[in-house]
Ligand binder design. Structure first.
Ligand SMILES: [Zn+2]
Length: 289
């Protein structure tokens, strides 16, 4: 099995650190980059403003970190759109997406909506997969995308673009967290978004994917299956601990990302154990069943 090729390698996407801080992606959508770049968050969290032009309204999707400079940048982008905030939507509970949700909801006097009741808060709204939100002069579809986390949602816009949070990243691949995440659910969620035939993927981190979103989703699926096969191949050499598997399978990945790789590895081993293909071995190791 050879490593699947990332179709974005041939695309003209901005290099790391060169994304514009504010960008109008299409008439419905502007993006504001939060000041929290890191190995896990790439250029920083992408906060999206969604609303029909001329509606005077906007929905904030993934407010991100509760940083004053970020709020100021979002308010500037809202002023440029001539829009006031009517709702704050959150893709999942991780702090780099959700931290500012309740403070900004209070600041803007707008309800927070998310799948996780703790994120939505006492006056917020818990979203139901499949529902359609009529907000800011447009309709937003709530697409369940569990896998990265259990509560993860994507938001489908009238234009056909999908805001995918951390389900798909603008560069590289995402993490299936452990124990919360779920590899099988993640693969089903990739299929679900693929079946929508998205015109673009607006990611929680990194550049927007507009050239061939379906090819990226297919790459993500192939990548996840490739990692699984690599784990099985390594275990064919005898029992291994998670740390040993990560060192072997992720040898080409910077060590700073190994803790994340260990989570995806544990999540994949949980899937393989559920399928009866691996079993616990002595000393905390895992072996082929
Ligand atoms: Zn994130």
């Amino acid at each position: 099995m050879t490593a699947p090729v990332d179709p974005r390698a041939g695309w003209d996407v901005p290099a790391p650190g060169t994304m514009p801080h504010t960008a109008d992606l299409e008439p419905l959508v502007s993006r504001v980059l939060a000041p929290n770049p890191s190995g896990m968050t790439l250029d920083g969290t992408n906060t999206y403003l969604v609303g029909a032009p001329g509606s005077g309204q906007a929905v904030v999707v993934d407010p991100g970190p509760a940083a004053g400079t970020h709020l100021a940048a979002v308010e500037e982008a809202l002023a440029a759109r001539g829009a006031r905030v009517v709702a704050v939507l959150v893709t999942h509970h991780h702090a780099d997406h959700a931290e500012a949700a309740l403070p900004w909801g209070a600041h803007f006097g707008a309800p927070v909506a998310a799948a996780d009741p703790a994120v939505a808060g006492p006056r917020g709204r818990v979203l139901t997969p499949g529902e359609r939100l009529v907000l800011a002069g447009t309709t937003i579809g709530v697409v369940p995308t569990p896998g990265h986390t259990a509560d993860h949602l994507a938001f489908r816009l009238e234009s056909g673009a999908v805001l995918v949070g951390d389900h798909v990243l603008g560069r590289g691949t995402s993490v299936v967290t452990h124990p919360e995440g779920d590899v099988l659910a993640y693969l089903e969620s990739l299929r679900r978004v693929h079946d929508l035939g998205p015109s673009a993927l607006y990611c929680g981190h990194g550049p927007e994917l507009t050239v061939d979103p379906g090819a990226v989703l297919e790459f993500y699926t192939a990548h996840r299956r490739y990692r699984e096969q690599q784990l099985l191949d390594a275990l064919a050499g005898g029992p291994r601990t998670v740390d040993q598997l990560v060192a072997e399978v992720y040898a080409a990945v910077p060590r700073a990302l190994w803790p994340a790789a260990a989570q995806s590895t544990r999540a994949t081993l949980a899937k393989l154990a559920a399928e009866g293909r691996v079993r616990p071995a002595a000393g905390g190791a895992v072996a082929l069943a």
